[in-house]
Every structure is written in structure tokens, then in C-alpha cells.
Design a protein around this ligand. Structure first.
Ligand SMILES: Cc1cc2nc3c(=O)[nH]c(=O)nc-3n(C[C@H](O)[C@H](O)[C@H](O)COP(=O)(O)OP(=O)(O)OC[C@H]3O[C@@H](n4cnc5c(N)ncnc54)[C@H](O)[C@@H]3O)c2cc1C
Length: 637
């Protein structure tokens, strides 16, 4: 199948305007005749549902939490990028576009990224109008700070709670439409299948997580905003409920899965401290504006940090990358932290940590200024580790955090299945092989507030309008599939907990497909995942019934999907014979141990087509064409 990204013709800066003009419009009076399912209420889903309802469509909005406000987006800390250039430090739409393309190691689509940079400024205006309390300068202008991979300050923030504030904004808009009767909310529902009729996505099947009831919902189009799958690594910074199930079930119904091996390991997280830990905590990248990363120069130096003199510290990021220093992109910072620990210079009890030190910043700016910028993050760190970061350096280590892979979408954000749109972290995104900090919130809100409201109209006007109800046999088949799967899970009656399987899966991926990979390890991982999956279906212990609230059953379903999906992830990693961004194959590195791309053979998106449970998935490619930037070896020196 030929993947057509439907990128509009014309100069880069005019593509989006031209496309919006050319897209067919739905007459305002006709909009209320269309119903749209939006799965997800995070920043992508919340903004999409609110905007579509505001336009006049009837929206059904689903989430697994008890309230849309508890979507994982609420955890976002550090900020959201935009090219406003309020700092007058040389920013522009072009620079944000270029930084994002380069940050993603030249593995993203130019046209999408340019549009993202263009609409970034509208997002800030929109959110300010909603009342988001962004930090401000003394004179009243919105304040900015810097994030990795940029030499300008373009990150808008609300202390370390930017996601929460933005989500409250989207939620307010959403609830306005709930009150107006144009949105019906379905909390506590888990999407377990997608319904495709005559080649078009026409509905979903969900499980009511409180009563256990299986429900069918039909619509004219489905918009999936179900977030990322970083929890496939078991330990991650994501919310416990983040999953791959919704996107993976859509993949099985014909939507291609793009670049599953592009996962992001965030360099600054609180290190793992025990076997029974189920969650990792992010320490926002914003801390690297003022914190300095270092390790002792001598391997095995176990002195407390404050007793190690300046001359015996290695500020390895500042030394190796003088231009970007501590603000190199995440993939680069993570690999360097690992390299230091592999050399025996790691600190803390496990030796898998490096220091993030605020001593110089506090001396320079004063404790109050630092507390004003990062107070809640420092408090969170102290609560978890019982160490005071104002007095001794934080200890940090990379952790699984975000995914750039997801369902393949074209310029209209439509998947390979007509009528199925995918937004936010759930799509394969505009970030290429590595996402720059503060760009996920930008992308989710760009997709929901500013892209889907236009592009879905173009689809609805031309779609096959035959009436579809939940009585259609395709719904009955999907319900039967979901019921059988639930029953199969409950019938296993084994001895090993689902968490234990998940933990082992996470270990396999971290070891063989984490910060670095090699072909031998990837093949081994694949065999190990297959064996673990087989054992899961024979020996998983899932207590309770399907007739009521059963979190063991919920988790089992998600882990079963992770166990299948993980194999696709390592297959994708194995087939990409190069290193780029977050995908670092040891066989492809420069003399300085940086990722070495192969632009001749791998300058493309890999999109996988499901061919059946016992058949290899098929790899399709979308070539990436760069007409406006030159492909270079990424350098942050
Ligand atoms: C700790 C942390 C801090 C971060 N900080 C930043 C930051 O400062 N800046 C930045 O740009 N990015 C940040 N990120 C990344 C960013 O938060 C996420 O990429 C973004 O919020 C994802 O939004 P989303 O709307 O796509 O998905 P989510 O917010 O994950 O929402 C997913 C929605 O889908 C629903 N859902 C999922 N599966 C199903 C299903 N099967 N059935 C029904 N509903 C389902 C959920 O209930 C939820 O409503 C951070 C991430 C983490 C983990």
C-alpha cells in the first residue's frame, strides 16, 4: 500500500493556509447532524472534544478515569513551547520549526512540523484567553524559560504544573459544551475495540469499568486521543492507566502503527530505588535551566557530594557540549548519563544516578528566586527522597517517559483507516525520533484546538453517509470479541500476578531496547517476549469477576496488549538499521558515540500493517522529503 501523507503543495509557510482554504466546509446547520466519538480527555482529547462541540458537532467523549481532569496530561510539569519571541532572543516560527526537525534527528515530516510551529502562537493566545495562569515577568508579559535542544527561551509555564493548568482550561471548555448538551461524557469507560463498517471507522466498543457492562457506540467518525505507551517499560513516568490497548486494537483493525521503536527516555527522573516500585517520578527538564549535571571524576568515589571539591567534579555535559551545555536534547543527555554510570562514575547506593546541582544558581540568584521557579518540584523531590535539594544536589537517572511512535496519520491527522483520526501522543507525531521538551503539550493542543476542527470537516463532507446503528453485525462481532477476550483472561486462573509479568516485560525492554540496542539483543528480546506472553496466557492470576469493578482485570487486559505490542516494538527497532534520536543501535554510531543516521536507506517513517496473530506484520514506508532544511549530523557542541 502506498502511504499518502496528503501534504499540500506550495511553499512551506503557505501550505496550511492553502489547505484550510481548499478543505470542504460543513454548513453550520449540517454540523449538528454529525456525531463524533472522541476517546480521551487529556490535552488532545479535551481540546478536540470542546472545539468540535463548539463548532456544532455532537460529541461523545470517553475516558478511563472518573473525571476528564484526571487524564495523564495533568502530570505535565515544565511548560509548553511557542515561537512568540517575547524574549527578543532570536526566536521565530522558522527557528522553532528547525529546532524541532533537528531535535527529532530529521525523522519528522517538514510540513507537519512547520504547521505546529505556526499554530504554537495561537495556542498561547487561546490559553491566556481561557485564563491559564502562565508565569509572568514583573512588567506583566508572559515569562519564558529554556528547554533542551534550544538556544532561545520559548517555554511558557505555570510553575511546575503547566499540564494541570492547561488541562483545567480544556476541561472548562469541555464542560461548557456538556452543559450546552453538545457533549455527552462517558467516564470510567475503556475502549476495547474499534468498529469498522464499509472500510470506515464508525464506532467503538467499551467496557464500563464500574459495572462491567460492555457498551457499543456508533458515530460518523472516531477521534482517538488515548495517549502514549511508555508504560510498556513497566517503570515509567506515565500515569498508571496509560496504555497501548486502544491504539493497538485499532492497529488490529487496519490502522498502521508507525515507528513503534521511537521511545523517549527522559534524563532527569528520580532513580529506581527498589524492586517493588511501580512508578518513577519525573524531575522536570526545566530544572536544567539552572541545575548543573555532574559526576565525580574518579570512578567509585563514594564521598558525599558536598565533600567532593570542584576540581574533582566532571560537568560532563558542559564540557562535551559547550554550546548547549546542560540543555542538550533528552536522548543525548540520557545516553551520556548512562555512559558515565557504565564507567563506574554513577553515584548513590546503586551507582545508577548522576547529580543535578543547584548550588551555583542559589549562590547567583538567591534561594527565593530558585524556590519561585521550582519550589513545588523541590518539595516533591524532598518528599520522595528525604533529601533537601537546596542543600545537596539532586540525584537523577534516565527513565522511560514518552513515545514518539503511534498510529500513522496523514497531514489531516487521519489514520490509514478512513474516519479514524488520531491526535496527541497517540499518533506517530510531529517529533521524529526524539521529542524536544515542552513540545508534547504544544502538539496535543495544536491537534485538538487548531487542526482537527478543520480537517474533520473535509472528511465528513465526502464520507459514505449510510446510516449505521449499533445493531449492525460489525458491532455484534466486536462485542463478541471483547466478551470472549475478557472471559479468556478470567479463565486462566494461574499463579503469577499480572504485575509480575509486566515487571519482567519492562526489564526485557529496558535491557535490550532501552537507551541503547543492538541486533543480537533485539533478537533475544523478541524470543523472551514471545515466551513471556505464552506463559502469561497460562499462568496469570486474575481474581474477581467481569461483572463489577475489577482493577486486576483492567490491568490484565492492558498487559496482554503490551505483551503483543512489545514484539512489534522490537521488530521495528531491529529493522531500522541506523541510529537516530531515541533509537540508538550500538552498531551505528559515530566515532564520538553519537547516533549515526543512514539517510540514504532510512530517511522514512516505518508504518506497520497487522496481518494476523500468527503472521509477520508488514513494513510499509513513507519517505521523508526535506526541501527546506539540509540533513546534517546533529551537533550540540
Ligand atoms: C511527568 C510528566 C511530565 C510531563 N511534562 C511535560 C511538559 O512539561 N511539557 C510537555 O510538552 N510535555 C510534558 N509531558 C508529556 C505530556 O504530558 C504528554 O505527552 C501529553 O500530556 C499527552 O496528552 P494526550 O492528550 O495525548 O494523552 P493523555 O493525557 O495521556 O490522555 C489520554 C486520555 O485517553 C484516555 N484513554 C486512554 N486509553 C483509553 C482507553 N483504552 N479507553 C478510553 N479512554 C482511554 C485516558 O483516560 C485519557 O483521558 C510530560 C509527561 C509526563 C509523564
Amino acid at each position: 500500500m502506498q502511504l499518502d501523507a496528503k501534504i499540500p503543495s506550495g511553499p512551506l509557510s503557505e501550505k496550511w493556509d492553502k489547505h484550510r482554504f481548499e478543505l470542504k466546509l460543513v454548513n453550520p446547520a449540517n454540523k449538528r447532524k454529525y456525531s463524533i466519538i472522541v476517546v480521551g480527555t487529556g490535552l488532545a482529547g479535551g481540546s478536540a472534544a470542546a472545539s468540535l462541540a463548539e463548532l456544532g458537532y455532537y460529541v461523545k467523549n470517553f475516558c478511563v478515569q472518573d473525571s476528564p481532569r484526571r487524564a495523564h496530561s495533568i502530570a505535565a510539569q515544565g511548560g509548553i513551547n511557542a515561537a512568540k519571541n517575547y524574549q527578543n532572543d532570536g526566536d521565530s516560527i522558522w527557528r522553532l520549526f528547525y529546532d524541532t526537525i533537528k531535535g527529532g534527528d530529521f525523522r519528522a515530516r517538514e510540513a507537519n512540523v512547520y504547521r505546529l510551529a505556526q499554530v504554537s502562537n495561537h495556542i498561547i493566545d487561546h490559553c491566556v484567553a481561557q485564563g491559564i495562569p502562565f508565569a509572568r515577568e514583573y512588567g506583566g508579559l508572559l515569562a519564558n524559560r529554556s528547554f533542551g535542544g534550544a538556544q532561545v527561551s520559548r517555554t511558557f509555564y505555570a510553575r511546575g504544573q503547566t499540564g494541570q493548568q492547561l488541562l483545567l482550561g480544556a476541561y472548562s471548555s469541555l464542560m461548557r459544551q456538556v452543559a450546552a448538551g453538545r457533549i455527552t461524557l462517558f467516564p470510567r469507560r475503556e475502549m476495547l475495540d474499534l468498529v469498522v463498517i464499509n472500510g470506515q471507522a464508525r464506532g467503538i466498543v467499551v467496557r464500563n469499568l464500574v459495572t462491567g457492562e460492555i457498551e457499543s457506540h456508533a458515530a460518523d467518525a472516531v477521534v482517538m486521543c488515548t495517549g502514549g505507551y511508555a508504560n510498556v517499560f513497566y517503570l515509567s513516568t506515565n500515569a498508571m492507566a496509560s496504555n497501548v490497548s486502544a491504539t493497538f486494537r485499532a492497529y488490529k483493525k487496519g490502522a498502521f502503527f508507525a515507528n513503534p521503536c521511537y521511545t523517549q527516555i527522559h534524563p532527569t527522573c528520580i532513580p529506581v530505588h527498589g524492586t517493588y516500585q511501580s512508578k518513577l517520578t519525573l524531575m522536570s527538564e526545566s530544572l536544567r535551566n539552572d541545575g548543573r549535571v555532574w559526576v565525580p571524576k574518579t570512578p567509585g568515589d563514594k564521598r558525599p557530594p558536598n565533600q567532593i571539591p570542584e576540581s574533582e567534579r566532571d560537568y560532563y555535559l558542559e564540557n562535551k557540549y559547550p554550546s548547549f551545555g546542560n540543555l542538550v536534547p533528552r536522548d543525548v543527555a540520557s545516553r551520556n548519563a548512562k555512559a558515565q554510570c557504565d564507567m563506574g562514575k554513577g553515584v548513590g547506593e546503586t551507582g545508577f544516578a548522576v547529580y543535578l546541582d543547584f548550588k551555583d544558581a542559589i549562590k547567583r540568584d538567591g534561594k527565593d528566586v530558585i524556590a519561585q521557579k521550582y519550589g513545588n518540584l523541590f518539595q516533591m523531590y524532598e518528599k520522595i527522597t528525604a533529601s533537601n535539594p537546596y542543600e545537596e544536589p539532586m540525584m537523577i537517572y534516565p527513565a522511560s517517559h514518552y513515545v514518539m511512535g503511534g498510529l500513522w496519520v496523514d497531514y489531516n491527522l487521519m489514520s490509514t483507516l478512513p474516519g479514524l483520526f488520531v491526535l496527541g501522543e497517540a499518533n506517530f507525531s510531529d517529533h521524529g525520533a526524539n521529542r524536544l521538551g515542552a513540545s508534547a503539550l504544544m502538539q496535543g493542543l495544536a491537534d485538538g484546538y487548531f487542526v482537527i476542527p478543520y480537517t474533520i470537516g473535509g472528511y465528513l463532507v465526502g464520507m459514505d453517509h449510510s446510516d449505521v446503528t449499533t445493531d449492525h453485525p460489525a458491532f455484534k462481532d466486536a462485542v463478541q470479541y471483547v466478551n470472549e477476550r475478557v472471559k479468556r483472561l478470567l479463565a486462566i486462573n494461574g499463579k503469577r500476578t499480572v504485575d509480575d509479568f509486566h515487571r519482567e516485560l519492562g526489564h526485557i525492554l529496558w535491557e535490550y531496547c532501552g537507551m541503547s540496542r543492538n541486533d543480537e539483543g533485539l533478537l533475544k528480546a523478541r524470543t523472551m517476549i514471545q515466551a513471556l506472553r505464552e506463559e502469561f496466557w497460562q499462568n496469570a492470576m486474575i481474581p474477581g469477576s467481569d461483572k463489577d469493578f475489577n482493577q486486576s482485570l483492567e490491568r490484565a487486559g492492558r498487559v496482554a496488549d503490551f505483551l503483543e505490542f512489545a514484539e512489534l516494538l522490537v521488530i521495528d527497532a531491529f529493522e531500522r538499521k541506523e541510529s537516530c534520536g531515541g533509537h540508538f543501535n550500538e552498531g551505528y554510531q559515530t566515532e564520538e558515540n553519537e547516533a549515526k543516521r543512514d539517510d540514504e536507506n532510512f530517511c522514512h517513517v516505518a508504518a506497520w500493517e497487522y496481518k494476523g496473530d500468527d503472521t509477520e506484520p508488514e513494513r510499509h514506508i513513507e519517505p521523508l522529503v526535506f526541501e527546506n532544511v539540509q540533513l546534517t549530523q546533529r551537533s550540540y557542541k
